[in-house]
Structures are given as C-alpha cells and as structure tokens.
Design a binder for this molecule. Structure first.
Ligand code: GTP
Ligand code: SPV
Ligand code: MN
Length: 603
C-alpha cells in the first residue's frame, strides 16, 4: 500500500519515529490540505495572525501593538462541561462527578467525527512544554489542530515550537492532544470567521495520557495544554506520582519587613484568581508579585515544604470587570500589546472595550458583531470574554516565576462566590480540616462554563470540572498529602469569600486591592501575631483584628462580611451531606469525621 501524500507531511523537523507515526496517522484520518509543524517564531506569529485577519477571524487593533480582536461563533463561548468526558478504562475511576463513556466506544465515535474533518484546512503540529523548559523532567505535549487561532493562542499560553521539540526523545513521555474544529471545507467553499461544529466532545483518556477534542475553538476546549492537560490529565499523574495539580493562582507577598510569603489560591472559574494574583495592595509597605493566575503544580521539596510551579506561559483572563481600578496590573500588561481579545467589544478607533471600564463610548461593535450603543439591551461583551497575554510582559511578575524548582507555599486559600453564609476569611484548624473546607467548597456558577449562572453548587477545591478521576480518591489524595508531611511545614489553609452581600444585594467587602488586608491577616496568623475568634467553622477575624486603616467601607459592612451565623451553617449541613452522598463510599473517613465534628460544634 502506498502512503498518502499530503504536502508537508514528510517535512517534519524531527526524526522521532513514534511521534512521526502518530502525526501521519492523524493526517491520514483527518485529510488536511497540508501539514505544518509550528516553530514558535515571530515569523510564524506574523504569518498566522495575517492569515486570521484575511479570514475575518481577527481584526488588528489600531491602539494596541501586535494585538487582535476576535468574535467567536455565538454558540462557542465557554467550556462545555456537559460534553467533557473522562474515559477511564474502569468507569469507577471516573467517578460520580465526571461524564464517562467506554474508551473504545468513544474512540470509535470520535474517529468517525475526525474522518476528513480537516479537509480544506492546514493541520498544525504544535510541540509544547507545560512549565519551565529547564525542568528536570519537562512536561511535554504535542497538540495537533486545524485552527490557526489555537496555534497563535498556544504561542502565548505555552512554551512551544522548536524550543519544546528539542526536549523530545526516545522514551521521553509526552501527552498526545488532538483537536479539530470539525469544520471541513469543500473545494471552493468559503470559510466562516469562527469555524466550529454543533457536536462537541472534550475527551480524556487518563491511562493513555491522551486528549481528543472536537467541535469547539474556545480556550478551555481547544487550548489543550490548559485545563485538559494541566488539570485533568495532570491530576491523574499527580495521584499516581504523589503531587498535586490544582486550579490555583500563585502569588508572592512581601511584608513591610521584607519577609516573603508565597500563597496559592483556588477559586472556581470567574471567581477572582487573576485579580488576586495581580493585586495592588491598598495598605502601605506591602507588595504583591505574580507567578501564575490559574494553575499550580505542587510537590514536596527536599526540605519538606510544598513547592508550586505555574505550568502556563500566559494569562487567559476574564475581560469584563477588568480596568485600572480593579486590576491595573492586568491593564498595564495588555496595554503593551502582543495580546488577543476574544468576545469583547471593538471601538470605532480600533481598541477594545468591555463592561466595567467606566463610561462606554457612544458606539461600539459588540461581540456579536452588531452595532452597540449605551442604550442597547445586551452587554457589549460576552461575560466570559477573555484577554490572552504573555506573563513575560507583566510588570509585577515575580522574577522566580519561571524557576523549575517552584516556590515554597506558606498558605493555601480556597474560596467561592457565596452571597450568604461564608465569612470573608476563616482559618482552618489543621490540614485535615482545611481539606474538608476545600472538599465542601461551594460557589455560584458563572459564565465561564455553558449553563445556568448563579446556582450554588459544590465545587471541591475549585476542581469540580477538572478532577481527572474519582472525586473521593482525589479527597483521599489530599488527606494523604498531609499525612506524609511535617505538619509545621505544611501550608496553612484558609477559606475566603469576597462575594458576600448585604440585604440590599451590594457586596459587603470592597474586594480587589483591599483583599491585601485579608492577605495580611493570614500571614500574621502564620506568624502567630493576629487575633481571631474561634467559631464552629474555624478561626474568623474580628473587625479589629483586620487592618482597616483608611478603608473606604463602613465597619458595619466589614462586620457583616465576617459574621458567623450558626443557623446559616446548620442549613448548610444537609447540603454537605447530600454532596458526600453523591461521592459515595469513597468519601475519606477523615472527612466524614470532620463533618461529624462540625455538626457537634454547631449543636
Ligand atoms: P478564570 O479565569 O475563569 O479561572 O477566573 P478567575 O478565577 O481568574 O476570576 P477573575 O479574577 O478573572 O475574576 C472574575 C470576576 O470576578 C471578574 O468580573 C472580577 O471583576 C470579579 N472579582 C474578582 N475579584 C473580586 C473581588 O475581590 N470582589 C468582587 N466583588 N469581585 C471580584
Ligand atoms: C476557566 O474556566 O477556569 C478558565 C478559562 O480559566 S478556560 O480556559 O476556558 O478554562
Ligand atoms: Mn480558570
């Protein structure tokens, strides 16, 4: 049998036979017009962004250098949790929180979808590395995609191209990640600005460390190094190898005495990670620098402390609500250019605009590509619209953000979006209690995933859509992580809620830069200096224990944000029980003990 000839297929910049065989197999299945290996150069960026402008996918911005505006298909705007699958060999390994289909059946279904799915398009092969290239064991992957938007986004979000390919070798593990828009073009058929398919699958084969994605061009569904690899597949690797892959920002906090603390924080999607990671403190003498805004990989160092690395190379941040008041550091980062903006509004003079930026201009082009004026019924930007920008150009990046050894974590924050019940900050009693706080974390749903917004659900460790295996086993893994460690060296665990509301529905706590006051209290607790009152749910500061100097908000609001209400928490107990019932037999005994103890304390 003669091999199929596809231009570019035989011009690979590697002689890695196993990789070449996979690339050939996919090319033969998907039938692209040509194959291109992404090299990650500026020339490639210029060529592909040019191609996207010609296709009508991108509009170059007049006001920001080397930056582009894109509007997606209105149906392809967020992660699709309903269409996300963990196809473990044993369904029990996928657990009650994931969708599961038998792997062979899923492969058969998706193979038919992929057959010819790249016709009329270019198939790109993107070698990439999550985390520093200089890591002892670099975390490699290859994404095959037929989307130029994905290639240029991967330029920002990952270390990719030649510098990653150089790290590949015989027997060096890498994750295979296959992506197709599912929008083949017949000869002469005109393309659309945002090709995609109504049928979508975001599928993971955890034992094979393989990802198959079909039908969506949106970030979390298509940039497969991000949630698919760095959380769903990596959480399985982490379970097997004794580390943690978490949906966490990493920040560096320096006190007025020049003492450094690294803090990791897990909040569900669109609940404040990027904003906290780039926080500009309002209290004098304190400094925050950023290491990462979405994902942390953590493992114990030789000194027994937990060290965190950010696997990403860019920020894929929620645009609405971001401005010079809330997140000046993000604004300064995107101002430098080299950024992509998806589903925000376009101004008439070639800049981007979104809700939260202050007074809107008299006329905009909305994310739906329609005329928009301040009187319009709908927002100009989709609530999950995003900017995509390199960490490298963030003025407040910590110099050690790219250190393969990571940074030692002093505190872990879990947090959610709750209008009631959950105080501004609560310190856990110990690691096991902290794991209980994380495992029972609740939050109102947001626009970051397709579905209803504002519904309270349990989102354990902010990982509900990202745990690549059984949630009960994942909780046990967290418990075990603490058991093997020196208790004094473990991070202290806190539970925060920036989103509590007063009776008039207003946020009680001003948030954003003012959250520095909460960070200060947490590190003072670590130092044994700050006061707290003991409540049945943990240690909560009194208003006096927080530094409230020159805070604009009324002290009654701060007190209300810190309130512990036993009735509200008693009402929470059946919800936690229901959640544990869903997880079933695999809820660790340690967490059942914690629930019993909480019940006792609540009386
Ligand atoms: P993902 O990128 O989806 O994982 O989101 P994220 O967790 O990084 O959330 P982000 O920081 O982008 O914030 C999401 C939304 O929450 C934005 O609209 C912010 O303006 C808002 N937000 C962030 N921090 C605060 C805060 O301290 N208080 C209030 N009220 N809103 C906040
Ligand atoms: C999230 O939803 O948590 C995000 C955006 O960070 S996405 O890349 O779509 O996952
Ligand atoms: Mn996220």
């Amino acid at each position: 049998m003669t091999a199929v000839t596809i231009p570019g297929l035989d011009q690979a910049p590697t002689d890695h036979q196993e990789l070449l065989a996979w690339v050939r197999e996919i090319a033969e299945l998907t039938s692209p017009d040509r194959v291109v290996w992404a090299d990650g150069t500026q020339r490639e960026w210029a060529e592909l962004t040019g191609k996207l402008v010609d296709a009508g996918t991108f509009v170059p911005l007049e006001k920001k250098p080397n930056s582009f505006w894109a509007a997606s298909d209105p149906t392809d705007v967020a992660r699709v949790e309903e269409r996300t699958f963990i196809c473990s060999v044993d369904p029990a390994d996928s657990g009650p929180t994931n969708n599961w289909v038998e792997p062979a059946e899923m492969k058969a279904t998706m193979t038919e979808l992929y057959r010819g799915s790249m016709r009329g398009r270019t198939m790109y092969v993107i070698p990439f590395c999550m985390g520093p290239l200089t890591a002892e064991k670099p975390m490699l992957g290859v994404e095959i995609t037929d989307s130029e938007y994905v290639v240029v986004s991967m330029h920002i979000m990952t270390r990719m191209g030649t510098r990653a390919l150089e790290l590949f070798g015989d027997g060096v593990p890498y994750v295979k990640a296959l992506h197709s828009l599912g929008a083949p073009l017949a000869p002469g058929q005109d393309d659309v600005a945002w090709p995609c398919n109504d049928t979508k699958y975001i599928t993971h084969f955890p034992e094979e460390r393989t990802i198959w994605s079909f039908g969506s061009g949106y970030g979390g569904n298509a940039l497969l190094g991000k949630k698919c690899y760095s959380l769903r597949i990596a959480s399985v690797m982490a379970r097997d190898e004794g580390w943690l892959a978490e949906h966490m920002l990493i920040l560096k906090l320096t006190s007025p005495e020049s003492k450094v603390y690294y803090i990791a924080a897990a909040f569900p999607s669109a609940c404040g990670k990027t904003n906290l990671a780039m926080l500009q403190p309002t209290i004098p003498g304190w400094k925050v620098e950023t290491l990462g805004d979405d994902i942390a990989w953590m493992r114990f160092g030789e000194d027994g402390r937990l060290y965190a690395v950010n696997p990403e190379n860019g920020f894929f941040g929620v645009a609405p609500g971001t401005d010079y008041h809330t997140n000046p550091n993000a604004m300064r980062t995107i101002e430098k250019g080299n950024s992509l903006f998806t589903n925000v509004a376009l101004t008439d003079d070639g800049d981007v605009w979104w809700e939260g930026m202050g007074e809107p201009p008299a006329h905009l082009t909305s994310w739906k590509k329609a005329d928009w004026t301040p009187g319009s019924d709908e927002p100009s930007s989709h609530p999950n619209s995003r900017y995509c920008t390199p960490i490298e150009q963030c003025d407040i990046k910590a110099p050690e953000w790219d250190d393969p050894n990571g940074v030692p974590i002093s505190a872990i924050f879990f947090g959610g979006r709750r209008a009631t019940t959950v105080p501004l900050i609560t310190e856990s009693r110990d690691w096991q209690h902290g794991v209980f706080m994380g495992a029972t974390l609740s939050s109102e749903t947001t626009a970051a995933a397709v579905g209803q917004v504002g519904v309270v659900r349990r989102d354990p460790m902010a990982m509900l859509p990202f745990i690549g295996y059984h949630a009960g086993d994942y909780f046990q893994h967290w418990i075990d992580t603490g058991k093997g460690a020196d208790a004094d060296k473990l991070p202290k665990v806190f539970y925060v809620n920036w989103f509590r509301r007063g009776e008039d529905k207003r946020f009680l706590w001003p948030g954003f830069g003012e959250n520095s006051r909460v960070l200060k209290w947490a590190v003072e607790r670590i130092e044994g200096r700050a006061a707290a009152r003991e409540t049945p749910i943990g240690h909560v500061p009194t208003a006096e224990a927080l530094d409230l100097s020159e805070l604009g908000a009324p002290v009654e609001d701060v007190e209300a944000s810190l309130a512990f209400d036993a009735d509200e928490w008693r009402a929470e107990l059946p919800l936690i029980e229901e959640w544990f019932a869903k997880i079933g037999d695999k809820v660790p005994t340690a967490l059942r003990d914690e629930l019993e103890a909480l019940k006792q304390r609540l009386g």
